[in-house]
Design a protein. Structure first.
Length: 258
C-alpha cells in the first residue's frame, strides 16, 4: 500500500492554519489584537526566510502560553463551525488536484501538521482524507488546555509518527510520497521514496537542488469548492486546475528515490 503525506501550512493552504483562525479567536474574546498582529509579522518572516527548530520551538511555547485555559470543546466547535469559511479561500487548487490524484490511484492520504488535532482533524474531514498526524495538547480534568503538549508533530517527530503509522497500516514508505514547504520537514521528506518540495523556503530550495528533489509551486488559492463526488471529491474549476495538471504532467509523479 502507498500513501501521500501532505504538510498543511503553505502546502495545502496559503498561510498558517493557526493564524487563519486568529480573527475568529479574537472575535470570540480568546485572542488579543496585539497577539494577532504579532502572529502576522511572524508569519511573514517564516514565509520569507523559513523557520528552523529554534524559531519553531519559540512559536510553540508562545502558542501554548496563549492557549492555556482555553476549552478544548469550545475550540473544536469553533473550528467545525467555521472551517469552510476560514479555510476555503486559502486552499491551493494544485494541492487539491494532487490529493484527488492520489486518492484516485488508491493511495491513502494524510495531513501531517504541527498544528493541534482540534484544527487539523476537522480540516481533514472536510477534505475526506484518510487521516492525520498532528500535535496533541494536554488537557486537564475540566477539558481545558494546560499549556503543555503530549506530542509535538514537528521535525523528526513527524518522521517517527509516519513510520509508526506505516507499520500499523502496512504502508510501503519507499513507494510513498511527501510534500512540504519547510526545511524543518526534511525528516518527513527523507522517510519516503518520493519527496516533493512545495513553495519551498530558501534553505529547503537549496537542499532540494542538492538532492534532486522535484520542486513545485502552488499559487492558485481556490475561491470556492465542493465535495460532491462519492469517494473524495474536490471539484474545482477547469481553469484553477490547469496549474496542477501542468505540474503533474511535467513531473509525472516520477520516481524520485532518495
Amino acid at each position: 500500500m502507498r500513501a501521500a503525506f501532505f504538510d498543511l501550512d503553505k502546502t495545502v493552504i496559503a498561510k498558517s492554519s493557526l493564524l487563519a483562525w486568529g480573527p475568529e479567536l479574537h472575535a470570540r474574546g480568546l485572542l488579543h489584537r496585539r497577539t494577532l498582529v504579532g502572529a502576522g509579522i511572524a508569519q511573514f518572516w517564516f514565509q520569507r526566510f523559513g523557520a528552523d527548530d529554534k524559531r519553531l520551538d519559540r512559536v510553540r511555547q508562545a502558542v501554548l502560553k496563549v492557549t492555556r485555559g482555553w476549552s478544548r470543546d469550545q475550540i473544536r466547535d469553533m473550528v467545525r463551525e467555521t472551517v469552510n469559511e476560514v479555510i476555503e479561500p486559502l486552499l491551493y487548487a494544485e494541492a487539491l488536484e494532487l490529493i484527488d490524484h492520489h486518492l484516485a490511484q488508491g493511495d491513502e492520504v494524510y495531513l501531517v501538521s504541527s498544528a493541534p488535532a482540534e484544527i487539523v482533524e476537522p480540516f481533514a474531514e472536510v477534505l475526506h482524507l484518510t487521516g492525520t498526524i498532528s500535535s496533541i495538547a494536554r488537557v486537564d480534568d475540566q477539558g481545558r488546555f494546560t499549556g503543555e503538549m503530549t506530542f509535538f508533530a514537528q521535525g523528526p517527530h513527524k518522521a517517527e509518527a509516519i513510520r509508526e503509522l506505516a507499520a500499523r497500516r502496512g504502508i510501503d514508505l519507499a513507494d510513498s510520497f511527501a510534500y512540504s514547504d519547510s526545511i524543518s520537514d526534511v525528516p518527513m521528506l527523507d522517510v519516503v521514496g518520493h519527496a516533493y518540495v512545495v513553495n519551498a523556503d530558501r534553505a529547503l530550495a537549496r537542499l532540494a537542488q542538492e538532492r534532486s528533489w522535484a520542486q513545485l509551486t502552488f499559487s492558485h488559492p481556490v475561491t470556492a469548492f465542493s465535495r460532491t463526488r462519492s469517494h473524495t471529491p474536490v471539484v474545482v474549476s477547469a481553469a484553477l486546475g490547469v496549474a496542477a495538471a501542468t505540474a503533474l504532467g511535467v513531473f509525472g509523479l516520477r520516481n524520485q528515490r532518495r
